[in-house]
Design a protein around this ligand. Structure first.
Ligand SMILES: Cc1cc2nc3c(=O)[nH]c(=O)nc-3n(C[C@H](O)[C@H](O)[C@H](O)COP(=O)(O)OP(=O)(O)OC[C@H]3O[C@@H](n4cnc5c(N)ncnc54)[C@H](O)[C@@H]3O)c2cc1C
Length: 224
C-alpha cells in the first residue's frame, strides 16, 4: 500500500446522517448566566441569547442543570474537572457554525471536544462554551478514490473498522478511542508511521468554521 491512501475528513465540521433531536422549547423566562470570556474576565450571558442559541441548534444545548451535562463534560484525563456554562452538542455543520458565531458574538471562552483525549484537558473549559462534536462521528470510505471522510467526532477505532473493510488503512494512533481530529491536529504518530508517515501527512482537506466566517470553508492541503 502506498502512502496517502487515506484522505482525512472534515475535521472541524461534517454532515452526520441518522441523528435527530427534538428542538428544545424556547424558555420564556431563561435566567441570565454568569460566564467567562476569552480573556478570563467575568461576563453575563443573557437568558434570551441562550434561548436563541438553543432554538437555533438542532442538537441539544446543555446547561449545568441539564440531564446528561456531567457525562458530556467529562474528558479522558479525569484530573481536569471543568464545568462549562454551556455545552453545545452539535449534530451537523450548521450547529458548529452557530456555536462558533455565538461564542464570537459573546466573546465567550470556548473549548472544542472531539475524542476528549487531550492530555491537558483542553476539550473542556471552565465557565465557557464547550462545542461538543462527539455526536458527529460519521465515517465514509470511498474505496475507489481510497479516501476516508470523517466527522469531527469520529474515533480511531471507527475509522479503522470502516477502512479495513476495503483493505485500506490510515496511519494513525494506537488507541481506538482517541479522536481522529485531535490526533491529526497534533500530527498523529503510530505503528505505521515509519512506512506511511504521520496522520497529518495523509490529510488532504478539512471543512473549517472560524469565528470570522459566516459559514464553513473547505481547506485543501497542497500535496508535495
Ligand atoms: C490514551 C491515549 C492514547 C494516545 N495515543 C496516541 C497515539 O498513539 N498517537 C498520537 O499521535 N497521539 C496519541 N495520543 C495523543 C492524542 O492524539 C492527543 O491527545 C489528541 O489531541 C487527542 O485528540 P481527541 O480528539 O481525542 O481529543 P480532544 O481532547 O477532543 O481534542 C484535542 C485537542 O484538539 C482540539 N480539537 C479536537 N477536535 C477539534 C476540531 N474538530 N476542531 C478544532 N479543534 C479540535 C481540542 O480542542 C483539543 O485542544 C493519545 C492520547 C491518549 C489519552
Amino acid at each position: 500500500m502506498k502512502r496517502r491512501h487515506f484522505l482525512g475528513g472534515s475535521l472541524a465540521v461534517a454532515a452526520t446522517a441518522g441523528l435527530s433531536f427534538t428542538r428544545p422549547a424556547r424558555a420564556a423566562t431563561a435566567a441570565d448566566l454568569p460566564a467567562v470570556s476569552r480573556t478570563g474576565a467575568a461576563l453575563v450571558l443573557r437568558g434570551s441569547d441562550v434561548a436563541d442559541l438553543r432554538a437555533r441548534l438542532r442538537g441539544p444545548v446543555l446547561l449545568r442543570a441539564s440531564e446528561g451535562y456531567d457525562a458530556a463534560r467529562r474528558v479522558w484525563n479525569g484530573a481536569f474537572d471543568r464545568r462549562p456554562v454551556l455545552i453545545a452538542r452539535c449534530i451537523n455543520p450548521q450547529d458548529v457554525v452557530a456555536a462558533v458565531q455565538f461564542a464570537a458574538a459573546q466573546d465567550l471562552l470556548v473549548s472544542v471536544r472531539g475524542g476528549g483525549h487531550s492530555l491537558p484537558g483542553y476539550s473542556a473549559c471552565e465557565g465557557g462554551l464547550m462545542i461538543d462534536l462527539t455526536l458527529m462521528g460519521s465515517v465514509q470510505v470511498d474505496p475507489v478514490k481510497r479516501l476516508v471522510r470523517v466527522g469531527p467526532g469520529a474515533l480511531l477505532g471507527a475509522m479503522d473498522r470502516e477502512a479495513q473493510v476495503h483493505g485500506l488503512v490510515v496511519p494513525a494512533g494506537t488507541v481506538s478511542h482517541t479522536g481522529v481530529a485531535g490526533l491529526t491536529l497534533g500530527g498523529g504518530v503510530g505503528r505505521l508511521q515509519r512506512k506511511f508517515g504521520l496522520t497529518v501527512d495523509s490529510l488532504v482537506a478539512a471543512d473549517v468554521a472560524t469565528r470570522k466566517l459566516r459559514r464553513r470553508h473547505r481547506l485543501r492541503v497542497p500535496r508535495a
